[in-house]
Design a protein around this ligand. Structure first.
Ligand code: GUN
Length: 283
């Protein structure tokens, strides 16, 4: 079997056009969607991600408030800054770029954003809602994964799904959403201590790889016809590699394009979520 590759660019473009039209409608109704982007320190990768988010927002008509804070900011000062943004009625969504410097406690920072402005979907209230029949805010990369799964025409209910990785941004929330009452899959979370990696993968209808370990998943680990989504990224020899070996395309039915970033889906889903929250405010 030769896998079909998800066309991330076409999906991304369709999402961009949809967001342009939703932002225009909101503006006609007198609401300016406005995203506050908080960057702490000067990590070059975070700076690149934030710049791309700003470009995307500008393309579709979402206003941006960029706040750059010192690497050495205290937890108390950061929480105060977030509280100020949260109370500002002109701001409809807030995102604190992760990871934060290690002296800061991310969980507490994410809780300081009110659930109604939490475009990342990482506030505990929003995370818990992923397990219900009506999730409120789905974290951006997970929303992208959900969208490509729909394109594969897969019936998630009752399917065996392996999620490789249990990180805050992708693996953890992906497992909550897919095993929850809205998607009803049977989910196994695999991580660095898991013993039966190959057995679990081989028994999976869907594999979501979010480990950041180059080419960890090889074709002998994948069932014929499985749907494989690779959002893992690492740069072992300076160039981007996914978690999934390209030869997996010989056995999968659908797959993300090998060694290609899933970033376009994450970015487009962020726009969609910013608009969702801005629309909810006036509903
Ligand atoms: N850093 C890398 N990806 C993300 C993301 O989706 N949200 C936030 N807040 N930080 C990130």
């Amino acid at each position: 079997m030769a896998a079909r590759f998800f066309d991330l660019d076409a999906l991304g473009l369709a999402l961009l056009e949809e967001s342009k039209s939703r932002a225009a409608t909101l503006r006609q109704q007198g609401t300016i969607p406005c995203l506050a982007l908080v960057e702490v320190g000067d990590d070059p990768q975070s700076a690149t991600y934030v710049s791309r988010k700003i470009e995307d927002c500008e393309k579709v008509g979402i206003a941006v408030r960029k706040i750059v804070l010192s690497e050495s900011i205290t937890q108390a000062d950061l929480l105060e800054q977030i509280l100020r943004l949260d109370e500002d009625s002109a701001i409809t969504g807030i995102l604190v770029q992760l990871p934060l410097p290690t002296h800061l406690e991310e969980g507490q920072v994410l809780q300081a954003i009110s659930a109604e402005k939490d475009v990342d979907g990482l506030h505990p209230v929003n995370l818990l809602s992923l397990t219900t029949s009506d999730p409120s805010v789905i974290p951006c990369t997970v929303r992208g994964i959900d969208a490509v799964l729909q394109q594969a025409g897969l019936v998630l209910e009752g399917a065996n799904v392996a999620v490789l990785g249990r990180g805050r941004l992708v693996g953890g929330p992906a497992a909550l959403l897919l095993s929850g009452k809205s998607r009803n899959a049977t989910v196994t979370i695999l991580h660095r201590k898991s013993r039966n990696l190959k057995n679990v993968l081989k028994n999976s209808d869907v594999i979501i790889a979010a480990a950041g370990s180059a080419h960890l998943i090889t074709s002998d680990m994948v069932r014929s016809g499985a749907v494989v989504i690779d959002v893992g990224m690492s740069w072992p020899e300076g160039s981007l590699q996914g978690d999934v070996h390209p030869a997996v395309a010989d056995v999968a039915s659908w797959m993300t394009p090998p060694d290609r970033s899933f970033g376009v889906m994450t970015r487009m889903m962020l726009l969609k979520t910013v608009l969702d929250l801005a629309e909810k405010r006036i509903a």
